[in-house]
Write a protein that binds this ligand. Sequence first.
Ligand code: ADP
Ligand code: MG
Length: 395
Amino acid sequence: MPKKTVKDLELKGKKVLVRADFNVPMKDGKISNDNRIQAALPTIKYVLEQGGKAIVFSHLGRVKTEEDKAGLSLAPVAERLGELLNKNVKFVAQTRGEELESAVDGLSEGEVLMFENTRFEDVDGKKESKNDPELGKYWASLGDVFVNDAFGTAHRAHASNVGIASNVESAAGFLVEKEINFIGGAVDEPKRPFVAILGGAKVSDKIGVIENLLSKADKVLIGGGMTYTFYKALGKGIGSSLLEEDKVSLAKELIEKAGDKLVLPVDSVVASEFSNDVETEVVEGDVPEGKMGLDVGPKTVELFAKELEGAKTVVWNGPMGVFEMSNFAKGTSDICEVLAKLDDATTIIGGGDSATAAQQLGFEDDFSHISTGGGASLEYLEGKELPGIAAISDK
Ligand code: ADP
Ligand code: MG
């Protein structure tokens, strides 16, 4: 990897700033899912084992006004982190100031401190989210080195990632390193055949991903709601399926440009309403008037399975159907199964809903990598440079 990783840093006795992604779901002041805290443990533990003094921080939610701060303190996260590390985590309820500075100065090797939600700085002029140069410089001044382990915010240039990295030696944490190796590896130097599966709701959300992956992959399989904008471009009937009228001509262009690289569904599971409580049927080709396509059908799964045979790299973004409703989850679940059975392939899921689908349908452990960053993984798949990663020191 061209960027420094935490293993490239001298950590002993150093004040190590660790930007984690602790943007955890909260309900009534309690953490409802601590996956993200668990995911940050390897990096934090490594820093402590090496004799570093860890200063950990993150954003949580969106903070616009003074009132927003109420439910968004990181105090419960600090407590949970302490339980998971089996160690006292000193929490400072500030994002800057004397109390924070003296707590940092008082740290011994192997100790952990956490400070308050970085977005509390947004109340007064969006200093965090607009990457206020003074704020990044200030946070950088609290430490000797900086480890960025927050992949979920890597597509944003904020003070707590890009701002700090611009002022002090920095490195990727283990989570960020893993994301770069898997997603970056797949997109930039894939083992071939490389097949991309793209679904989800809208073409408009995925234009960048479709275009980038059409230029890199050997096959691009399309599913989900965007199918019907492509169908429309081919003059097929789509009934009342999801359609983006203003993207039909783009879909036409993509079909012409891609030729047989682009593979569309051959059948759909349809219903008369967007509901789990109405009858469904499988139709081949055109969707009849009064019906909407809400999942790919069994022949499509068969076709996609054939296209995936022998694939060495598979990148998947966007569910094949409305997986949130059990009647329309089968296409997504069947494709998960096909991927689970591929020998010797690197299989990667990027995208928030796709990751949720794989987890909910019980395939969490069957992929080589499920990205932890929804928006960030999408931008990465679009081939965009992620500012949070670009700012990390080169090796
Ligand atoms: P990701 O978050 O993985 O990038 P998207 O946000 O693009 O994925 O798409 C996820 C959504 O697409 C899901 O909520 C799913 O219900 C919806 N979807 C999938 N297929 C269809 C369809 N045929 N019609 C309408 N919505 C669909
Ligand atoms: Mg989504």
